[in-house]
Design a protein around this ligand. Sequence first.
Ligand SMILES: NC(=O)c1ccc[n+]([C@@H]2O[C@H](COP(=O)([O-])OP(=O)(O)OC[C@H]3O[C@@H](n4cnc5c(N)ncnc54)[C@H](OP(=O)(O)O)[C@@H]3O)[C@@H](O)[C@H]2O)c1
Length: 355
Amino acid sequence: MRIGIIGAGRMGGGLGRLWAKSGHHVMFSYSRNPQKLQDLVDETGSHGRSGTPQDAARFGEVLLLAVPWHAVGDALAAAGQLDGKALISCVNPVGHSGLEVGMTSSGAEEISRLAPGAIVVEAFNTIFAGLLHSSAHHFGDSPATVFYCGDERSSKARAAQLIADAGFHPIDAGPLQNARYLEPVAMLLTELAHSQLLGSDIALRFMNPAGPTESVVSADSLAKSFAIIFAGTGDGSKDSQTLAEDFVAHIPFNRHPVRGRERFDTQLKIFRSAFSNFQCNIDEVVDDGNHVAVRWTWSGIHTGMLLGIAPTHRKVAFSETHLLRISGGRIVEDHVSANLLDLLHQLGAMEFAVA
Ligand SMILES: NC(=O)c1ccc[n+]([C@@H]2O[C@H](COP(=O)([O-])OP(=O)(O)OC[C@H]3O[C@@H](n4cnc5c(N)ncnc54)[C@H](OP(=O)(O)O)[C@@H]3O)[C@@H](O)[C@H]2O)c1
């Protein structure tokens, strides 16, 4: 990705270095000290360059706004037109006596008003800059959580990717309005670090009863991964990131729910063994934030026992709707709705029944 960075201080400089290291191209801008920009370019080599905020805005497919709250208006004016650009803001609206915006708005929402064409995503505001400058930010095998929020799915997906590429664990915190909750969290961390003397080598790690929380990219990619598990076309490496270990499936072919990822996998293998040329294509995905509904159509040639019906060698194409409950970025429950009579009809079982 090409990333334009507006604000080359502790946050902008630290993230720019990490992104360049992971293969992105970055342009640093908006420092009162040209030598600081040049030093960052020297450090990032062929993946780094510098320019004016306007150059950075033109260069970046994604922009990072990393300036103090009081400099936001000036920085955005210097960047110029941002229409259609994904703008990641790590800005906390901090003044002399704490948060200057809150309850009914947030720094991120105000930035969105100041740059109406830009698609604002808030991220990295709950991470201390010091962590970006030290390998300690990996905290062993448990990278710290970086929450992000925003209103547009593809910009959020890019932000999630950049969070992961910087070595953190992205958690989708919902719409941009939820920056009203994230910014006070940043203040809590500042209090803990400075007033409570915990120091700034601290970070949050999000936990979930479903197990370690995995990176959430989007409902679409979760649905795609699930369709791959259903069709058996993957190598299994993503299964545990897609389905929770205690996943429960309520499927029309079974009277009782199938409990547990392993039992579900066994059940799927038995089901697919009734077909050759088995395929599954997604028709539609609907996402309300807590539930994802996927309608897909699977097809295959009936060459094995299915529901007690001997192979008919008929080609079957069958649609199902899966209502998925998501927790911790993984699917924990699946309620399947499907017209079983249609399947029996395609297999010729209805003809036998009538006869
Ligand atoms: N530091 C943290 O741990 C942390 C954590 C989470 C979020 N944040 C948020 O991230 C944003 C950036 O923080 P930071 O720590 O990276 O700040 P910083 O180190 O002070 O960097 C700010 C950048 O903005 C530039 N700038 C240009 N005009 C400025 C002006 N008139 N006044 C001040 N700076 C100006 C600075 O230029 P110069 O190079 O000339 O100084 C510098 O490159 C802030 O909104 C902060 O709330 C910070």
